[in-house]
Design a protein around this ligand. Sequence first.
Ligand SMILES: NC(=O)c1ccc[n+]([C@@H]2O[C@H](COP(=O)([O-])OP(=O)(O)OC[C@H]3O[C@@H](n4cnc5c(N)ncnc54)[C@H](O)[C@@H]3O)[C@@H](O)[C@H]2O)c1
Length: 258
Amino acid sequence: MAVMYTGGAGRVGTVLRAGLEGRYPEVRLLVMEPGTELLTGETEFVGDLSNLDLLTELCSDVDTIVHLGGIADERSFPLILENNIVGTYNLFEAARRANVRRVIFASSNHAIGFYPSDTKIDNEVLPRPDSYYGVSKAFGETLGRLYHDKWGLEVVNLRIGSFREAPDDVRQLSTWLSHRDAISLVQRAIEAPGVGYQIVYGVSANTRNWWENEAGIKALGWQPLDNAESFADQFAGQTPPEYQGGGYVDPDYTGGLW
Ligand SMILES: NC(=O)c1ccc[n+]([C@@H]2O[C@H](COP(=O)([O-])OP(=O)(O)OC[C@H]3O[C@@H](n4cnc5c(N)ncnc54)[C@H](O)[C@@H]3O)[C@@H](O)[C@H]2O)c1
C-alpha cells in the first residue's frame, strides 16, 4: 500500500513521517526542493501542486494521500488561490483520475476562526473563516465533499489546531495538538476502515477545548492522550482571545511574507 504526502518536508510532515516510519511499505513525497532526508521506504519527487499531470502520475497505485502541501499561513489572495485553492483542486482531481482510495486533507481551525472563543462548536457548523487562508481550507473541505459524494473518494479533513511541541500562549491551551497526538491521528486517518467523509478537529485532549470532537474521534477510533492544561501555569496572566482564530481575525493581520 503506497502512501503519498504532499508538503511532507514541512513542519507537520517531518514529524508525522518520523512517527510513522516503516509502517507503510511505500511512501512517496511530493516536495518543492530536492534534498529531503529520506526515511525507510520513502522516495521523493520534486514538483508543484500546479502540475496536474505530474500529480496524476505520482498518484498511480497510491492508496492514501496525506495532503499537507500549500501555504500554511495568511498571504495575499493570489498566492492562496494558486497554492491552496488551485493546488488542492489539482490534488483531488489527480486522486480521482488515479483511483486513489482516500485523501486526508490538512484543514485548519482558521476555517472556523470567527466563532467566538466562549462558544463550543462541533464539526457540523458552517465555516467562519478568519483569513483567505481559512477560506482555502473551507474550500478544500467542500471540494472533498464533492469528490466523496460524486466519485466515492474517501476524505478525512483534519481541522488542525496548533501543532507544536508545547503550547506557546493561552489560546493554545485550547487549540494545542501535540506531536504524539498528531501522529496517532494521522495513523488512524490512514488506517481506519470505511470512513466515508469526515471532519475531525486535530486537537489534543485539552481541558479548555472549544471543539466538540466526539463524532470524528469515534469515526477514526482515535484517542488523543495529551492535555495542554499541564502547561497552564506558564500563561497564568494572559487573557484568551475573543475569537477562536486569535490574531487572524484582525483586519490588519497579514501573516508571513505577503
Ligand atoms: N502547523 C500547524 O499548526 C497547522 C495548523 C493548521 C493547519 N496546518 C496545515 O497543515 C499543513 C502543513 O503545515 P506545516 O506547518 O507543516 O506547514 P509548512 O509550511 O512547514 O509545510 C508546507 C509544505 O507545503 C509545501 N508547499 C507549499 N506550496 C506548495 C506547492 N504549490 N506545491 C507543492 N508543495 C507546496 C512547502 O514546500 C512545505 O514543505 C498545511 O496545509 C497547513 O495549512 C498546520
